[in-house]
Design a protein around this ligand. Structure first.
Ligand SMILES: *[C@@H]1O[C@H](CO)[C@@H](O)[C@H](O)[C@H]1NC(C)=O
Ligand SMILES: *[C@@H]1O[C@H](CO)[C@@H](O)[C@H](O)[C@H]1NC(C)=O
Length: 366
């Protein structure tokens, strides 16, 4: 049987070798990104929403110096992960350039303003909520199947790296958005957190069903320490207590969820990224990381430059590398680099059960 290769089998093998040597299957593993503005690469540029970053001074330090829809002065976390895994930057799923072989690099489905819950970010109207990000992922897989065949498409997804960043907006743009929000009347904070964690479980289970096998899941940063919250709620520059309580409840319960899912699956599919600790390092000791401040946003207005949006009319700092926060909510490229560095080589305190360089080494042997 082993020796009696039929002609069609031989042809198939030859075709596979040719396809591989032409590099039709991208050299680097594919990369998929889901979530909110911390990881959106520009999907919202194509939508009728106010949650957008496609005007200056966004992107001022990017290679093109143009605003691309990234909520950063330059590169964001997905860009820097792509850089580290030796891949091209993923395009936003809604970009018309995402065609043909570009599809093999992966895709970014993230949309600024969204959360775990459908009712998070309602004020932004047309954004891609999680059920639709996942539906687009299915559609993506059909398009890749048409390009390279179903088996190869499944393999591309199975071997891909996935990043998902959710949760911050379920507090900032839902529970705490207005003093007596619907969700805060429905739930106390200690009861709201297990509810959104149970909804997050459904999202992660669906990602697994759709073929994802290596998923970096970030917790929330210290939500009460961002310039927007300092501006609204802080008396003396201390981090705002209600939002700090939210991240203190959410992050450990998320880690617990990921451990449960990994145990059920019997493999380390979900990797917990402790973005809270990663952020706190430079928020607590900005000077040690080369920042002049971690409280004042580079671009904004009012207290801590934390009021309103970052626009052409805002105060703008001269040297973005000296600031931890670019706008009232989002880190600078410099801060993003510190975060991605810890993702790559950080100890278990930051990456559990293992860091990205370990994952890359392990997966390259499979
Ligand atoms: C969220 O919206 C999707 C799509 O409209 C729907 O199928 C789903 O049931 C909603 N989830 C919740 C928890 O309401
Ligand atoms: C993180 O990565 C480095 C390799 O760069 C490795 O030596 C180290 O043990 C890893 N740490 C953990 C906790 O996986």
């Amino acid at each position: 049987m082993a020796l009696a290769l039929s002609m069609p089998v031989v042809f198939t093998l030859i075709i596979q070798v040719v396809v591989a040597s032409l590099g039709l299957r991208a050299e680097a593993r594919a990369f998929f990104v889901f979530g909110d503005s911390l990881v959106d690469n520009g999907n919202n540029n194509y939508l009728a929403t106010t949650a957008r970053a496609d005007a200056p001074p966004y992107g001022i330090d990017s290679p093109s110096h143009r605003a691309s829809g990234r909520f950063s002065n330059g590169l964001n976390i997905p860009d820097l992960i792509s850089e580290r895994i030796g891949a091209e930057t993923t395009l936003p799923y809604l970009s018309p350039e995402l065609q043909g072989e570009k599809l093999l690099v992966g895709a970014n489905f993230a949309s600024a303003g969204i959360g775990i819950l459908n009712d998070t970010g309602v004020q932004f109207v047309n954004i891609i909520r999680m059920p639709f990000q996942l539906r687009y992922f299915e559609q993506y897989q059909q398009r890749v199947s048409a390009l390279i065949g179903e088996e190869q498409a499944k393999r591309l997804v199975r071997e891909a790296l996935v990043l998902i960043t959710l949760g911050g907006n379920d507090f900032v743009n839902n529970y705490f958005l207005v003093p007596l929000s619907a969700r805060s009347r429905q739930y106390t904070l200690p009861n709201y957190v297990p509810f959104i964690i149970s909804e997050y479980r459904k999202i992660l289970e669906r990602l697994y069903e759709l073929g994802a096998r290596r998923v970096l899941v970030t917790g929330t940063g210290p939500l009460g320490c961002v310039p927007a919250e300092l501006a609204q709620r802080s008396v003396n520059g201390e981090c705002a207590a209600p939002l700090q309580q939210a991240s203190a409840l959410f992050n450990p319960q998320l880690v617990q969820l990921l451990n449960q899912l990994n145990t059920e699956i019997g493999d380390h599919v979900f990797i917990a990224v402790n973005t809270n600790e990663m952020n706190l390092d430079f928020i607590n000791n900005p000077q040690q990381y080369g920042f002049v401040t971690s409280k004042i946003a580079c671009c904004g207005q009012g207290r801590y430059n934390g009021i309103g949006l970052c626009t052409r009319l805002s105060n703008l700092c001269e040297n973005r590398d000296l600031y931890a926060f670019w706008d009232p909510f989002h880190p600078t490229e410099k801060a993003n680099r510190l975060i991605v560095q810890q993702m790559m080589i950080g100890p278990e305190k930051y990456m559990s059960p293992m860091n990205l360089s370990m994952i890359m080494a392990m997966d390259s042997k499979v």
